[in-house]
Design a protein around this ligand. Structure first.
Ligand code: 5AD
Ligand code: SF4
Length: 456
């Protein structure tokens, strides 16, 4: 039996898909990149913006055609799904065929073998009775890469930012026991992994649930392990690897976290700190619990402790009621902070969220204009920063190639393009930066000799 998996969205979804793959492969399913030869199609969907949901609707049409050809084809929808969409996707369509055979809550994914053993006659009501304890994170995943790995430390969210679906699709926060996280990472490092991503919707909320381990590891203080302590524990694992994490909430990004990052070691000098907006009224309406000044002060502290740290952010333009004047405050923050990278999103109303009750009154035209304004500033600030790296050395973890062009990330999470005749995929290579563009740098591999010189 063959399965084909399609994944949308963030690293957490990719990580979830790796767990789905692990379960299917334990049932002797083999992965196929060819959807036409699949006996089972799994979609790990994202609901953060409507455009991602629309892509699943687009796939439904394709799947229906495949089902008409192979009636035994089974389809599963999982990942981040809104209640409203769960209903839509399981509703019988005009052709008396459900869009998906099963719509499964990601936290129920351990039940997949049981679900697949069911006959077609089982209906949705039985799925909802399956709601299980949240131990799916402890399924050993089938990692999609041989050199970098996503390791969830927590999932879910209690913050209820006004625009966000996550508290509804992933429900409340749960943290994974530190013991399990550390043993997963140790085994990854033994197997040669070079980059470990600690994942969570809000990693700063991490709290080890197993207090006995917390007390033992926390030098007997009896305090549960929090995110800074976990970072230190991961940093203490023997081996040559990088630690990255995402995502952080500015309201919880405190001195303790900054001090933990400042240890350096394997913790890379890169931080994604989503600001979402630079206007205090908009931030309040978004339920973010910080002001633009708070955010800028945290960045200042961070840069003082870790000079040269690369910082990226997430922004939403066109939140309901965001005036041109309020947007200007975001522009000002953008100019002042000078981000290395930013993920700029046009506001998309999501069913059930607090903001969905407000009028989505900014036109798509205006949202696009605001997106463009910020992108132009970003191009300037990113280029300014990247130009300073030309002529400098960097270590790059190569994660992709197109022919002889290899691409990788340096410690600061900048993309670097390198030409090589040798296969360097998955290798940490030392390069000299030769050229800078806003979102990409070029580099040339340093000869082995200069590595030796470097050590002396
Ligand atoms: N509309 C637009 N962007 C959104 N994001 C989250 N929810 C929405 C929404 N409703 C963005 C935020 C978040 C990123 C993952 O997606 O910027 O940080
Ligand atoms: Fe969504 Fe806010 Fe939670 Fe992030 S912190 S997942 S934006 S509700």
């Amino acid at each position: 039996m063959k399965y084909h998996i399609i994944t949308f969205g963030c690293q957490m979804n990719i990580s979830d898909a790796e767990r789905v793959s692990a379960i299917l492969e334990s049932m002797k399913y083999k992965k196929t990149p060819n959807v036409n030869e699949a006996d089972l199609i799994v979609i790990t969907m994202c609901s953060v913006r409507q455009s991602a949901v629309d892509r699943v609707h687009g796939l439904v049409q394709k799947i229906k055609k495949l089902k008409a050809k192979s009636p035994n084809l089974k389809t599963i929808l999982t990942g981040c799904i809104l209640k409203k969409d769960k209903k839509i996707f399981t509703m019988p369509t005009g052709r008396q065929v459900k869009d998906f055979d099963y719509v499964i809550d990601i936290r129920d994914i351990k039940k997949l073998p049981k679900i697949l053993a069911w006959s077609n006659s089982h209906d949705r009501r039985e799925l909802t009775t399956l709601k299980s304890p949240n131990d799916y994170l402890n399924i050993t995943p089938k990692y999609s890469s041989k050199f970098y790995a996503n390791v969830p430390i927590m999932t879910g969210c209690n913050n209820f930012c006004a625009y966000c679906v996550v508290p509804y699709t992933r429900e409340r926060e749960i943290s994974r026991p530190a013991e399990k996280i550390i043993s997963e990472i140790k085994s990854l490092i033994k197997n040669g992994y070079k980059e470990i991503w600690l994942l969570g919707q809000n990693v700063n909320s991490y709290k080890d649930p197993s207090t006995s381990f917390g007390a033992a590891q926390d030098k007997g203080s009896g305090q549960a392990i929090n995110f800074p302590t976990l970072l230190k524990m991961v940093n203490d694992i023997q081996g040559n690897f990088w630690i990255r994490f995402t995502s952080s909430h500015p309201k919880d990004f405190n001195d303790e976290v900054i001090n933990a990052l400042a240890i350096g070691g394997k913790i890379t000098p890169y931080l994604n700190l989503p600001v979402q907006a630079g206007d205090d009224k908009v931030l309040k309406d978004m339920n973010r619990h910080y002001t633009s000044k708070d955010y800028k002060n945290k960045i200042k502290k961070l840069r003082k402790k870790i000079p040269g740290i690369a910082i990226s952010t997430d922004i939403i333009v066109g939140f309901p009621g965001e005036t041109k004047k309020q947007f200007k405050n975001t522009v000002e923050l953008f100019r002042e902070v000078k981000f290395d990278m930013a993920y700029i999103n046009k506001y998309s109303a999501r069913d059930g969220t607090a903001a969905s009750k407000l009028k989505d009154n900014i036109s798509i035209f205006e949202k696009k204009r605001r997106e463009k304004v910020l992108t132009e500033i970003l191009k300037q600030t990113a280029l300014e920063k990247n130009k300073k790296l030309v002529g400098k050395k960097a270590i790059v973890l190569i994660n992709e190639n197109r022919g002889k062009n290899y691409f990788g990330k340096n410690e600061h999470y900048k993309t670097i393009k390198i030409k090589s005749d040798k296969n360097i995929l998955g290798k940490l290579v030392k390069v000299k930066i030769t050229e800078a563009q806003p979102f990409i740098l070029s580099g040339s591999i340093l000869p082995a000799r200069s590595e030796a010189e470097d050590k002396t």
